[in-house]
Design a protein around this ligand. Sequence first.
Ligand code: 0A1
Ligand code: ZN
Length: 896
Amino acid sequence: MMREGQSAVINRADYIAPAYWIDTVDLSFDLDPAKTRVLNKMTLRRNADVPAEPLKLDGEELNLARVLVNGQGTSFRMEGEQLVLENLPEGAEAFELEIFTTCAPVKNTKLMGLYVSNDSFFTQCEAEGFRRITYFLDRPDVMASYSVTLRADKAKYPVLLSNGNLVEQGELEGGRHFAKWVDPHKKPAYLFALVAGQLVSREQRITSRAGKEHTLQVYVRPGDLDKTEHAMNSLMHSVAWDEARFGLSLDLERFMIVATSDFNMGAMENKGLNIFNTKYVLANQATATDTDYSNIESVVGHEYFHNWTGNRITCRDWFQLSLKEGLTVFRDQEFSQDLCFEPSARAVKRIEDVRVLRTAQFPEDAGPMAHPVRPDSYIEISNFYTVTIYEKGAEVVRMMQTLVGRDGFAKGMKLYFERHDGQAVTCDDFAQAIADANPASDLARLLPQFKRWYSQAGTPRVHGTGVYDAAARSYTLTLSQSCASTAGQAVKEPFVIPVGLGLLDADGADLPLQLAGEAAPVAAPRTFVLTEAGQTLTFTHIDAEPVPSILRGFSAPVVLEFDYSDAQLLHLLANDIDPFNRWEAGQRLAVRSAIESIAASACPAGAEPLNDAYVQAMRSVLRDPALDAAFKELVLTLPGETYIAEQLDVVDPQRIHAVREAMRAQLATALADDWAVVYEAHQDNGAYTPDPLSSGRRALAGMALTHLCIAATVSGDSVWPGKTYQRFKAAGNMTDRFNALAALVSSGHALAAEALPRFHAMFKDEALVIDKWFSLQTGAPDRGGNILPAVKQLMKHADFSLRNPNRARSVVSTFCQGNPAGFHRADAAGYVFWSERVIELDAINPQVAARLARALDRWSKLAEPYRSAAREAIARVAAKSDLSKDTHEVVSRALA
Ligand code: 0A1
Ligand code: ZN
């Protein structure tokens, strides 16, 4: 369906360089919520490398007052929302273009461009928001030097910030004041930012390794200053890490982070002026959980690392988005791992990252929004800030590092900056630099094939079989790869797949690995590179059938199929030196039991889907003094309902939920004594610190409490729920408090009804905590269809608003996207609710609506009656005539 001027498909193959370059931009803002005046003086010149064309400037929801070329009035016309100028000076000479427009920030509910939040001004320009501020060549390959003058009422907006350095400030008539900022670095428009309002800052002076002085600042609303220490520490760690690991130093005297509570995404890397969702800045031990602390660390790192990977070298066009995002996620993941002192904590971080990839990206890659890491087309670029671009993109970079080694990768990064600093480039340029810096590597040898990771969508499957030959003392492992077709890509060519591998002997030790033809064994672990559709590895000098540990460390973003026996998986779970595969073995066992129970029709109350061996293995893990708490918590966490659903061809969300709840109850009762011991053994009474080790202890204690409450609810006992409620009241930090509350809610105990209002009353002025309060209820286990009515009731709460993205997500998205059993109702009421909210939100904020719209991505896998009802709901949304491009693209792909 093609709508007028709206749903044009943009194709990567159509890229052409711009007809003009913009060298300098001088912006003046008279800030006023209802009518902000923007004067934009640019110098431009024709791009001699492309055929002459009129200048077509992007604009959106702007009021145009005046256009001058070299100081003279000029003719122009509008083409849709583009401003077209034809009679421009001929030749290569630069000319000046002056454009005067106004806009209405207070009416900007999309939160793209210039908007108002809590009486302050903020901007969001990535990807295409700058055009909502002024007419411009709003594309990342147009890089200009910016100077910015901000004028505003001094009492209302005492702080005036923009990119770069503050060069001048002063008073104006009528209680107004001004500030002038100059950014010393050229940048694309998407990195422009301004902030104006009543803000306070935490400041830190640092000296870099190179001996340069810098000022770091974190700006928040007055009253939130006591929640900025962790963000500042994270920023200081980020600066030090990028210097130490990659030799990349801060290139600005001043680096600012500003927090806003109205933000579509997590945060934004505007040059020298990062703007953050408050969720990823504000933390103190009373209001933030360990998870919040660790998210803040990685998001602060992520945005800071963009200063080089994204800002110094940016994307030629938006199809190259993963050039900066995949690489920067990889960098933030490495940063968080490098901050862990214990190897086990690094492994825990890796497992957590893989869990995100497999529960969110694998379904995306198998659904209607599947796209390559470097997409070929889009309708709305905002829809492509996806787990594929980010997380799968990071895995692609990680495989490059695996293929060239850690030092080789650092060399590759160095070459990348030598070649491309200051440019707007492509994913090809990046891969080429890493390969060229490592000419003898597998990556250099296999580069064209390796780059299929950028061009082919879909998750490859690696199928393995092992044959032991006692007479020959050999073990032959055959690995074959395949990848299902995706829209527009019927046939997939083989990928380059690094496979980390080990063979375990009967004692669980790694055997030396010697391939047939090799002169001597090589100590494990080894990585083999799969390049063909099928490949065979024959290991010699093997005295008894080993258990293979394949894809160690999750060495490639693939699904590994290997027909392990339960006994083999239990062996891996008990012994594998690779913590990832140790965890993975437990997950495989649990998924196997879940699938068997789901297939075996109804799951009666009291059903016990897990076998004794598994329960016994979990008991051993809980009791193992050599394992740390964070790892135990991961192993004991059952695979999520969404992950289980992905392993099935036909999905009945109610059945999955019933079985998983039965599994939880079984672990709760069968291990009740152990949970009690674990809980008591993991009480820390010292000062709160959010480091991985103590976070892990709190996580395991919280898990114990949940299971103890579940067991108590089954048996009717009230001791542990009572203790949990006491814990909730007396906790010294938010992690323990929230875990206790969650234990009561998740077990469905009556005390939850007392604890919830109490929690609200304690934190009524803390928006981020109130978000948690909402999402705990909307994401709670569904019992007889009770959650949807609760969600509707919560939407009537005085604290609810659909306009604030965090709040909308905590109620509506948590329900529709994080609570499968609550959402997928046989009476279709969940889908009706979803379609109404998507339509309602679409009129307010298309980006938030389009993300919610993706809740039904996997509708075609659903069992009846869900499947038909879901399709009908999507069609209802798609039938709406004035949908945004964002939502339109999502629902029309779902129906295609
Ligand atoms: N570049 C940011 C992500 C981002 C994208 C779009 C936004 O506006 C709607 C905001 C942020 C990052 O990767 O952190
Ligand atoms: Zn990013």
